[in-house]
Design a protein. Sequence first.
Length: 305
Amino acid sequence: MKRILGLGGIAYDILSVIPNMPAWEEVEYIEEYQVQQGGMVATGLVTAAKLGADTEIISAIGNDTEGMSHLENFNRFGIKCDNVMISNENRSAVTLVLIHSSTGRRSFIHYKGVNGLSNLNINKINYENVSHMLFDGFFFETALKAAIKARKMNIVTVTDLSPKNRDPRLTEYLKYIDYPVLSELFLCSYTNISDPIEAGKSLLQNGNKALIVTCGEKGSYIIKKDGIENIPAYKVNVIDSTGAGDVFHGAFIFALWKGYDLKKTVRFANACAAINCQTVGGQKGIPTLEEVQEFTIKKEKMSLS
């Protein structure tokens, strides 16, 4: 089979579990502390690779300890990373994640570093061996060109977008994406529409096969021209939802790569995200295909009992 190609950001996640958010000048003690590799497309590709897909990443890192740890991580999962640009001018991106120990709610403090670049100085992209592409809106100039090329070559495309992304060409970019998979936070923030479903409907374009809205514990919504369908979330004890959206995207594109229909794809992605929420960090709890199958069978039995 052809591979899944991801083009987007990589981040070094520093995760701290705290009982309360301190005010300025106050001190709060950390209950648990971890460092993990992260990033939207990076975590998505690790998910797809761990589930069994052939994967490749196009991205950038700094020539630093954090950056080299990402290359080691990609190699560990068999992710091809020949087109990861190493910058001597910019440091690797870092995200501080503060996690409330009682609720699992989070706050993020992000240092863009090399992720702030618009263009990537990379080798020519080989699209011939690619059937699916995953984007997150980072390195926007390169991403827009790649999305246009992918459409011409009938490569299936999926994108996530950061709530902070305000590029004026986003609407143009989205028309080249088969499946925009967007969080309710992004949609409501970007469109200034308080209802995420109405916000999603406002962005749906003729170039999209469907637009997916992810709503956490409320599940996900499939929006098409001819209707809307809710796919419920799996109920789990949430420890930390960091990376849940990224895992959802990786599982979503993996399921498309496997040939699942859209409803089964969203259910599968919901399951992977739910499993990941039971562990601290974005990548530590990513399941294998066997673990997803065991999880869904168990949940189906519980719903029937």
